[in-house]
Design a protein around this ligand. Structure first.
Ligand SMILES: *[C@@H]1O[C@H](CO)[C@@H](O)[C@H](O)[C@H]1NC(C)=O
Ligand SMILES: *[C@@H]1O[C@H](CO)[C@@H](O)[C@H](O)[C@H]1NC(C)=O
Length: 580
């Protein structure tokens, strides 16, 4: 347990013994990367033909998995820490952190090859990397590194920056990181004070006609800032991935305003609901309506779905509205997006792209493209199955078929299969690392004989590897491996995580310190990109550490991980119990 002499201010929900020093839990992140759609036409009753899947209601139940009988000793063994591998992950974290600290301490981002740091804006850093990494140090028990990072927060951190910062990214990385650090330090008031200050600076982003947030915020001026290219537009994932953080802050401070602002966003999204319960990736913050845009589980869509489940779990399953929205959404995904590949029947999710026909009507076109980001869905569906899809009180590890409802069983299988597909996209490359985007072959794609199920688009077309071929240290697959391991005890998931970790060490490690992205996963001598995303230290290495830790570290029935892998404790709310 990382602990130094700090003020201990116990909050009502703080557990006396936070379990650390082993490893634990998962989250997801959407990384906006794509352009705004050109024609953002308000989508009214567009998704015709897409049918709402009526989901039956199930008994609420607690989620603690239990090992059923004494005879399953071997199963318990798989839950012991794999100390050697866990320690190797800690060593990798130190390799990354110590280089950053040496070269760029306090800068927002790190470039390990040139050994330089940069800030997001000219106005100065906001602790993007430091704060994103703190809870990993706490969990790993890196006391010395932790103490120095805390000193930085206490003495150097400033949010008085007169420039615009992304609302979503600042929330999931900085606010989420501060809140986790607060919890894991058993209530070090420094973190709660900084978190409250940051949230107060951000609150004006919700001052729009609909209450949907503006995509950016000027932290010094305390003003929401629209995207100048697409004013009054917010991506769905960015609007719906602030809730865990603001709600937990509300719970800690007894200030209802944070809660109300983010709950109003969920109300608005629910009111704009389309028949399929699937959501286009953009909304209008004036109209509060969805804009005609893609429907997908990748960038700008992903963490909306992730947070539906986690919002339900965060407040100890006391807000059935999120369960309903989650079940509706998973029904829509299952019906419309889940596909099987041609050769080996790998399960993946496609995207729906709107096309306007000659007479003006909208048709939806299925594109067999899956982002690495989608790999969160494997673990998320498995977690959803064992919490919203059970028949009785809890499930075994792994769940027995007769413990799951029909829908729970569907989601469990789909989740494990999607994870298997993601694993396949690692195993199927020269480096053992997965590309940023894969496309799946379809019967009518005009690409010749079907040799493999998936491919990286653009390979061989130019000398430079295509954008899709890169691996930028993304966490989604190891996150799902961690959840799958906790829910099944199947050692195979640890082995795969270890293989991935070794590939990262072999191909992404920078000798002088840090890890970099590689530009081509098919090339063992791939060029590196001089960049270590902050999620390497906050997510990828944390999830790997948790995968090899024993199951008492950050148990999944006591924590939700925000989409940047910051663990937040599940609590029973005394402020609100959702809307209906
Ligand atoms: C980033 O911002 C901090 C705080 O203003 C400053 O000390 C540091 O020099 C900046 N780093 C770079 C690379 O400009
Ligand atoms: C969640 O709810 C259950 C059942 O009502 C209760 O026993 C448990 O203590 C609650 N957990 C938390 C963390 O509040």
């Amino acid at each position: 347990m990382a602990s130094t002499s700090r003020t201990m201010r116990k909050r009502k929900d703080e557990k006396t013994g936070v379990k650390l020093n082993g490893s634990s839990t998962p989250p997801k992140v959407e990384r906006p990367g794509s352009k705004f759609p050109k024609n953002t036409v308000v989508l009214s009753l567009v998704c015709a033909g897409v049918i709402l899947l009526l989901v039956q209601r199930f008994e609420l139940l607690t989620t603690r998995p239990h090992v059923e009988d004494e005879g399953k000793q071997s199963q318990k063994l798989t839950f012991a820490a794999d100390v050697e591998r866990r320690d190797a992950v800690v060593a990798a974290f130190k390799h990354a952190w110590l280089a950053y600290e040496r070269d760029a301490m306090g800068d927002d981002e790190y470039h390990p090859i040139s050994g330089k740091g940069t800030n997001l804006t000219k106005s100065g850093g906001i602790g993007y990397t430091v704060i994103d990494s703190i809870d990993t140090m706490q969990i790993m028990g890196l006391d010395e590194e932790y103490t120095r990072a805390r000193e930085w927060v206490a003495n150097k951190l400033s949010f008085d920056r007169d420039d615009s910062f992304n609302t979503f990214e600042t929330t999931i990385r900085v606010l989420g990181g501060l809140l986790s650090a607060y919890h894991l330090s058993s209530g070090d008031s420094l973190y709660l004070e900084r978190a409250t200050e940051l949230a107060d600076r951000m609150l004006p982003v919700f001052d729009t006609p609909s209450g949907l947030p503006m995509p950016n915020v000027n932290l010094a001026k305390r003003q929401g800032v629209e995207d100048s290219n697409s004013p009054n537009v917010i991506s769905t994932a960015e609007a719906a991935t602030l809730q865990l953080e603001f709600r937990y802050l509300s719970h800690l401070t007894d200030n209802e305003e944070y809660w109300e602002k983010v709950e109003a966003v969920m109300k608005m999204i629910r009111a704009a609901k389309l028949p399929s319960a699937l959501v286009p990736i953009y909304m209008g913050s004036k109209s509060g309506q969805f804009l005609l845009s893609e429907i997908r589980l990748g960038s700008r869509g992903d963490s909306y779905y992730e947070y539906l489940l986690k919002q339900y779990l965060q407040t100890n399953q006391t807000e059935p509205i999120y369960r309903e929205m989650y079940e509706d959404a998973m029904g829509g995904i299952s019906e419309h997006l889940v596909q099987k590949s041609l050769r080996r029947g790998l399960t993946y999710t496609a995207e729906l792209v709107p096309q306007r026909g000659r007479t003006g009507q909208i048709g939806w076109h299925l594109v067999p493209k899956q982002d690495h980001l989608v790999c969160f869905l494997g673990g998320s569906l498995m977690l959803g199955a064992t919490t919203t899809g059970t028949l009785g009180d809890g499930v075994s590890i792994p769940p027995a078929e007769d413990e799951l409802s029909e829908i729970g069983d569907r989601d469990w299988k789909t989740g494990s299969e999607i994870l298997d597909t993601c694993i396949d996209t690692y195993k199927g490359t020269a480096t053992g690392l997965s590309p940023e985007i894969v496309h799946f072959r379809t019967a009518d794609d005009d690409l010749g004989p079907i040799g493999s199920d998936w491919y990286i688009r653009g390979t061989g077309e130019t000398e430079a590897p295509p954008y899709d071929a890169r691996y930028i240290l993304r966490p989604e697959t190891v996150e799902s491996l961690f959840i799958a391991f906790r829910l099944t005890g199947d050692d195979r998931y640890r082995q795969i995580g270890w293989d991935i970790f070794q590939s990262i060490n072999e191909y992404c490690r920078v000798e002088t310190g840090g890890f970099a992205s590689i530009l081509n996963v098919h090339d063992k001598n791939s060029k590196l990109e001089d960049r270590m995303e902050t999620f390497m230290m906050s997510e990828t290495l944390k999830y790997l550490y948790l995968l090899f830790s024993d199951a008492s570290v950050l148990p999944l029935d006591e924590y939700v991980f925000n989409t940047e892998a910051h663990p937040l404790p599940i609590f029973t709310p005394n402020i609100r119990t959702g809307f209906s």
